[in-house]
Design a protein around this ligand. Structure first.
Ligand code: PLP
Length: 388
């Protein structure tokens, strides 16, 4: 029979993709739909990055590459990770992977054994439970509360962490838009030390913390040796399709990730890595522009969705999303999303796609231009208010 482990990947996993498919069907029929569903930039990868890719490929860099990632790219990642984490990261602690997603899977494989428990916080990025299962682990999901602004519930996590092997956290957070406070990060690090856990810190939105600096647990005492940072160029440089991510891990774990990669994907295309290296070394202006756009959209969303009878918005502090509570409308999130698509031609994700703690909420990706976003949020809030 086929693999039980792989068949278990989607066990009980909510999907919510129906809305995306329904919206695409409408678009295919020529209808105008505002897509606020997937965390993908409205524009393709900026031209200078494509130029670097093209130049590299045409210079003949089209063969196999180093499985760990090219030294130039790993040096550029290490410099960035050191700067962002506020703690030194060496190139031999960096492994390049096909996106943050692959880095996450490979890092989990490198730190757990089959049957080990991995603790994660709900609401969560949709792939987490499946990725933990694919790596052979058992997800232990701990809810965070809307009343706490979706900061981690350290007391509940303490209980769940007993006997677990790893703790997976994500700040700035997808889907909630929360940025973990220094107290939260310190509390998570303390749990990892006390329960002797690997801490996998998904920091793919590390450049997008608007109100307080992003803090990596790797910078805290005793944490460099047990933290794996997951990073990516998908969001920071609009390179989702290039699939460039990385794990920054203690060298021993990095070496295991390479062993796994050697037997899985055998490295990334060299010209993609060269484009990534260019983006990290020369592309600060590109990242700054994208960051400014998302910050302005967050400000716009906060203004448009606050003090509305139909909605309640916990403070969106970072990342590419906001997640208002729509319970005052009397609708569950799926029905809300279906009717919003039907009546206003706006597509958003029902909260339950991201875990039970997000039910009664919808996730809005801030991935359209400001004028389109302003119009859509105005109509969304009006729709909610009419129901409330
Ligand atoms: N982690 C989080 C929290 C995300 O939101 C995403 C993408 O949306 C990823 C990881 C994976 O991104 P990628 O594999 O494109 O780097």
């Amino acid at each position: 029979h086929p693999s039980r482990r792989i068949r278990s990947i989607l066990d009980g996993g909510a999907s919510g993709w129906e809305i995306v498919y329904a919206a695409r069907d409408l678009q295919a029929k020529g209808e105008r739909v505002t897509m606020l569903t997937i965390g993908e930039h409205e524009n393709p990868t900026p031209a200078p990055i494509l130029d670097a890719m093209d130049a590299s490929a045409r210079a003949g860099r089209t063969g196999y590459s180093s499985v760990m990632g090219s030294l130039g790219l790993r040096e550029a990642i290490a410099a960035r990770a050191s700067r962002r984490a506020g703690a030194p990261v060496a190139p031999d602690e960096v492994v390049v992977a096909a996106g943050g997603q692959a880095a996450l899977f490979q890092a989990l494989c490198a730190v757990i054994d089959p049957g080990d428990a991995v603790v994660a916080i709900d609401p969560l990025y949709t792939t987490y439970p499946g990725t933990i299962r694919a790596a052979g682990g058992i997800p232990r999901i701990v809810p965070a509360r809307a009343e706490d602004g979706f900061q981690p519930d350290l007391a509940a996590l303490d209980i769940a962490c007993a006997g677990a092997r790893a703790l997976l956290v994500n700040s700035p957070n997808n889907p909630t838009g929360a940025v973990y406070s220094a107290a939260s990060i310190e509390g998570l690090a303390e749990l990892a030390r006390r329960h002797d856990l690997w801490l996998i810190s998904d920091e793919v939105y590390d450049g997008m913390a608007w109100d307080q600096p992003h803090l990596s647990p790797r910078a805290l005492p005793g944490m460099a040796e047990r933290t794996v940072i997951i990073g990516s160029l998908s969001k920071s440089h609009a390179m989702t399709g290039s699939r460039i991510g990385w794990a920054a891990a203690p060298a021993e774990i990095a070496a295991l990730i390479v062993d796994l990669a050697l037997n899985a994907n055998y490295g990334l295309p060299r010209f993609i890595q060269d484009a990534g290296e260019w983006a990290l070394r020369e592309g600060d202006a590109i990242e700054d522009d994208l960051r400014a756009a998302f910050r302005a959209r967050r400000d716009l969303a906060r203004a448009a969705l606050s003090q509305r009878p139909g909605l309640r918005l916990s403070p969106p502090q970072g990342g590419m999303y906001v997640m208002p509570d729509i319970r005052a409308t009397g609708l569950d999130a799926r029905t809300f999303a279906e009717r919003l698509l039907e009546e206003e031609r706006i597509a958003v994700m029902p909260g339950e796609s991201f875990g039970d703690a997000a039910s009664g909420h919808v996730r809005i990706a801030l991935t359209v231009t400001e004028p389109e976003l302003a119009d859509a949020l105005d109509r969304l809030a009006g729709f909610a208010d009419r129901l409330a």
